[in-house]
Design a protein around this ligand. Sequence first.
Ligand code: SAM
Length: 256
Amino acid sequence: MIELCLVGIGSGDPDHLTSEAIRALNGADLILIPTKGEEKADLADLRREVVARLVTGKPKVAEFGLPSRDEATPGYLDRVNDWHDAIASLWGEAIDTHLPDGGRVALMIWGDPSLYDSSLRIADRLRQAGREVAVRVIPGITSLQLLTARHAIPLNTLGGPVQITTGRQLRDHGWPEGVATLAVMLDGGCAFTTLPPDGVTIWWGAYLGMAQEMLASGPLAEAGPHIVATRAAARADHGWIMDIYLLRRDDPPADR
Ligand SMILES: C[S@@+](CC[C@H](N)C(=O)[O-])C[C@H]1O[C@@H](n2cnc3c(N)ncnc32)[C@H](O)[C@@H]1O
């Protein structure tokens, strides 16, 4: 029997791990650290730093290489599903190798496992493959919480709805009906540039919780071009970027 503990580690700063997360890591028999694939080297380094600073003694720590997504497979969802199958197999192999008699396995999940993260779906695949796996989730601070905290803003307007979406959705479908506030993640290309900017405010953050952290905010018409330029320069400097933003209509349709 395997207990698989998905431990939310926050979005960049080891100080953001909760006491519960630290206890769960220290109570594990095995901590698995993914090292390659779509994960940036800096993100694996953060996990190593968490182990070095917060894990004492007992758990065995093993690194395993993640596959990259096969961009040749047609269809975004098919590509992602194939990729998740491959990751589930690697989790299974790593568990068999390092914990052949079963026990507690912990995986450090960026932010929180509930938000744009597929670990829970991958864990389901292990069960579907016939393994006895009990899944436990330890919540972590999400990048969205860090964004609102850094800008000291509420997530929602008074009684207003919020939609969390991706850059791809915003680019393909525009601003959804009846929503005052949009939180946009996984945006590789500044999808906010496709919106009419009048009456929209943006709060943006990149590398939140990390040494390179950057923030910008203001009316979309003015802040938008500044963010596009800052983002391109930061990406060129560091070789990668992770950013998130909140967009709010000054006169939300829901409140009219
Ligand atoms: C695969 S999702 C993982 C989200 C994560 N589970 C969470 O709870 O925040 C990755 C996206 O989260 C956002 N993100 C994660 N960490 C971030 C950070 N430190 N700074 C800015 N955005 C971040 C970006 O939009 C990125 O494209």
